[in-house]
Ligand binder design. Structure first.
Ligand code: ZN
Ligand code: ZN
Length: 159
């Protein structure tokens, strides 16, 4: 999971939104600096640096919420809902909950190479089993289980 690949999860419109917010903040700060008696005395280069550098914080901020949106979408989760939750639940609690309980990443079916949502046991395209499953009820099981947690059937001994 490389950083570049994770970065590509952020949808392109997020960068457009970041640019618009950056420009908006830069203009806002420009007027603040111009109307502040103390800051308007600063050398021009200092004023300019302040106006252009401070709004840069918009980029990591928008990228963070854009990442949650794109990451939820590729995991087959409610992308808009999770992004809004992360955005509006204070102290990053919404974002922390998201990263704790998000669904696993899609896996590639070995047989037909379709990307399948990580919570599925079988490939919806070709029916190939993607993980160990219970022979009785067909639900996914963990390798170290002796009995199926869904239906109670004794699972075959591990080899
Ligand atoms: Zn398949
Ligand atoms: Zn079962």
């Amino acid at each position: 999971m490389s950083f570049r690949r994770e970065l590509s999860v952020i949808p392109k419109p997020a960068w457009v939104i970041a640019c618009i917010l950056y420009a908006g903040f830069a203009i806002l700060i420009h007027f603040l600096v111009g109307s502040d008696p103390q800051m308007s005395q600063w050398p021009l280069i200092g004023q300019l640096a302040f106006q252009l550098l401070v709004p840069l914080f918009m980029f990591p901020l928008v990228a963070f919420y854009g990442y949650i949106f794109g990451d939820a979408r590729r995991r087959g989760m409610n992308a808009v809902g999770w992004m809004l939750l992360a955005l509006f639940v204070p102290y990053l609690i919404g974002a922390i909950i998201y990263f704790c309980i998000r669904d696993p990443l899609p896996i590639e079916c070995q047989s037909c190479h379709t990307a399948v949502l990580g919570r599925f046991t079988f490939c919806p395209n070709c029916g190939q089993a993607l993980r160990p499953y219970c022979p009785q009820c067909g639900k996914g099981v963990e390798r170290d289980w002796s009995n199926c947690a869904h239906c109670g059937t004794k699972l075959p001994a591990k080899v």
